[in-house]
Design a protein around this ligand. Structure first.
Ligand SMILES: Cc1cc2nc3c(=O)[nH]c(=O)nc-3n(C[C@H](O)[C@H](O)[C@H](O)COP(=O)(O)OP(=O)(O)OC[C@H]3O[C@@H](n4cnc5c(N)ncnc54)[C@H](O)[C@@H]3O)c2cc1C
Ligand code: SF4
Length: 342
């Protein structure tokens, strides 16, 4: 049985208390939301914080609300199950609702939070293992070692960004509200992730994610999420695809986006997708739309090369890139989704 290392537990009641504790403890501290990622990582000795600051008692960090300008604001501590079941999210932000509903299994979605999902650590088949397992391999760059087992001779960790909700939030232009004891800042999610599997996000150790703000898309918005995984009941994504299509009143695509995850350390936007789809009309000229979708799927295939960082055959994951890109775009156009196998 894997045991948790010892630590001091802090359970602040208010945000200022939590931020003050974080300020005092600095990099020694870990923030605990639902704990469904942090606690396994601590048991695997990937993290050994001396202080764990639990957010469960902090008021004001949960809930889904509509702001005066129509934006949808979701507290960082809102359980994924609530995001998945929210009628407001399902109506206005379908890709996010679908992605949240496909994270892990039902128990983990009750416990796991949206904030914890955005801040999910990167994953790799050579690192999400017990200390004993990793020691037998000689460790790696991400923790305790000097080599990468995925890229021979590599000097950079390429563990995979694996959070299901992040690609959906990227297509939706979400803004992250991040607080420190002396200030709050707003950060577009596009600027938040970096291609470094050791730490892939721009969050200072003394900062907390407090809220995710999503501008409300216009009436013709369509979105969908596609997820490839080994077992439909629980697994992390081997590939995640979020698609966005914004249609005019006449049914013509005015804006489009496609973001993939589970490739390397940061999610990837398919360059050229918006240009290829703009002007097509799924309802009026489905054959032309399908041609544009195939063009985008081919762009995704060329730009997104999964690495052998996750379990399963990475070449097969690569073959699935255009398949999931195409199916997810078609599902979005039809107002359907998610795309996954059970
Ligand atoms: C069996 C299993 C299957 C899973 N499958 C999936 C899956 O399919 N897809 C998927 O995306 N995830 C999956 N997960 C991972 C996890 O359950 C989810 O990502 C969940 O959303 C994490 O949220 P949490 O609240 O439990 O995060 P925690 O574990 O509490 O935190 C995650 C990280 O974020 C930090 N953190 C959390 N909240 C904040 C905050 N507000 N401010 C600053 N830092 C913060 C923590 O310090 C930690 O580093 C799985 C986990 C398990 C155990
Ligand atoms: S990508 Fe390489 S360095 Fe990063 S966790 Fe995997 S084996 Fe370790």
């Amino acid at each position: 049985m894997l045991r948790l290392p010892s630590f001091r537990l802090e359970q602040p009641d208010t945000l200022p208390q939590a931020l003050a504790l974080l300020d005092q403890a600095g990099p020694e501290a870990a923030v605990l939301a639902g704990g469904t990622d942090l606690l396994p990582n601590m048991k695997h000795e990937l993290r050994r914080p001396s202080v764990v600051i639990a957010l469960s008692r902090v008021k004001g960090l949960t809930g889904i609300a509509e702001a005066a300008d129509g934006a949808i604001e979701i507290g960082a501590m809102t359980p994924l199950a609530e995001v998945a079941q929210s009628a407001l999210v399902a109506r206005a932000l379908p890709a996010l609702a679908q992605a949240a509903a496909l994270v892990a299994g039902p128990q983990l979605r009750q416990r796991g939070t949206l904030g914890g999902n955005v801040l999910l650590d990167t994953r790799c088949q050579y690192v999400n293992q017990s200390h004993f397992w990793r020691s037998a391999l000689g460790f790696c760059l991400k923790k305790d070692g000097t080599v990468c087992h995925v890229v021979a001779g590599g000097s950079r960790c390429v563990a995979a960004a694996s959070a299901d909700t992040v690609p959906a939030l990227m297509t939706l232009g979400a803004v992250l509200e991040v607080a420190r004891h002396d200030r709050t800042r707003q950060l577009p999610i596009d600027a938040f992730f970096v291609a470094d599997g050791i730490v892939n996000r721009r969050l200072e150790p003394t900062e907390l994610l407090t809220r995710v703000r999503v501008p409300r898309p216009a009436a013709g918005h369509r979105g969908a999420y596609g997820k490839l995984r080994e077992r439909g009941s629980i697994d992390f994504p081997l590939l995640g695809v979020a698609a966005r299509l914004d249609l005019s009143e006449a049914g013509v695509v005015e804006h489009a986006d496609l973001v993939l995850t589970s490739l390397a350390a940061a999610p990837r936007r398919v360059a050229g997708a918006a240009d290829a789809l703009r002007g097509s009309a799924p309802g009026h000229a489905p054959a032309e739309f399908e041609t544009a979708v195939r063009r985008v799927a081919e762009l995704a295939r060329r730009q997104c090369r999964p690495l052998p960082n996750l379990p399963g055959d990475h070449e097969w994951r690569g073959e699935m890139v255009p398949v999931y890109a195409r199916r997810t775009l078609l599902a979005a156009a039809a107002g359907q989704g998610p795309v996954h196998h059970v």
